[in-house]
Ligand binder design. Sequence first.
Ligand SMILES: Cc1ncc(COP(=O)(O)O)c(C=O)c1O
Length: 425
Amino acid sequence: MNKDYKLATLAVRSGYEADSTGAATMPIYPSTAFHFDSADHAANLFDLKEFGNIYSRLTNPTMDAVAARVNALDEGVGALAVSSGQAAITIALTNIVKQHEHILSVSTLYGGTHSLFSNTFKHYGIDVTFINPELSEEEILSYAKDNTKAIYAETIGNPLMNVLDIDKLSSVAKKIGVPFILDNTLATPALFRAKDHGVNIVLYSATKYLGGHGNALGGIIVDLGNFSWNNGKFPELTEPDPSYHGIQYWDTFGSLAFIIKARVGVLRDVGSALSPFNAWIIAMGIETLPLRMKKHCENALGLAQFLESHPQVTYVSYPGLASSPYHKLAKRYLPNGASGMLAFGIKGGSNAGKSFINKVELANLVANLGDNRTIVTHPASTTHRQLTEQQQIDAGVSPDMIRVSVGIEDLEDLITDFSLGLDQE
Ligand SMILES: Cc1ncc(COP(=O)(O)O)c(C=O)c1O
């Protein structure tokens, strides 16, 4: 694909060129295994001397087409599609972090990621320090350890809607010689260009805006190919891998080392492969990503402005609002729009929050975000329920908080619906 194509063109055109059937749009390949031409061909594929399809836990043309599409949008060197956002995070991190090693993460994370880090990773001996992203670069650096292997963050924290100072974190990562791994789910490649800000690995829950229709789980890992893994800290990529015939990923594949090991090592072993059907659904969703993100951003700003002027509303967190403490950062990092997520508080605390959720008619009460349909949630009792009270506070979750994933419906209808929810009658 021509590298000069812009985002909307790449969203529609990348990842698939007519196959041998001539099918004009991306087909689904629901095949578990693929024919080898000969015994030698099979051996070469297994030895990674040749690339090709073997078995759909490792490679599948539809799974690879959706990965290639996101890779094109982020201008990566290679991408891997997996079964969910959580699988993407787990595979990306365990690809380079093991027992007795450390990850430096921001505290403003999706609740499921916080839980993965503080429970499952802890259980496997991986230590995660959660830092307040507002700390200065020097303060953050003081939390780095000799065994720190990655800096981890989300572009826009959920549900605080804090836009991160990405350049500050990438500078920390550079100084300590570790990759900066960013969950860009809420911003998507349509709003945030990770490659321009020192990010090394980008992750997505494709379940959200990439797919965009609330109908398929998936995750994507994109390797931006801009980290030198041969700095002595990543022996898993530079020394022979006994689990794969002693292959040395960095020597053999250079800038593709990380993403190839993630596929042939971790994904092969843990098996969280994306189904071809879900891959296809997500790939179709991506075709309209730039259009949808524009509308999500416009609606979110309009709804945030309406809420900000409503007497029953105590605060509105939306980085696109001039009143947001993150507005300056949003203008710097998200010049085309601050995404479709906002949060607000209602006078009357938790009970008023629950009453709002029960009264709205159009907005759905479901545990998801990034759907075409507007969704309202009460994080304290749902997405962040497993966290302790202190962890909830650190993640910016207050008891009266309503989180809104603003859809692409008509803004007037959303305002009517939210007025109904806020009505005290
Ligand atoms: C920012 C973010 N990252 C990751 C995930 C996990 O994604 P999935 O549900 O696809 O596993 C979510 C889910 O809500 C999320 O909001």
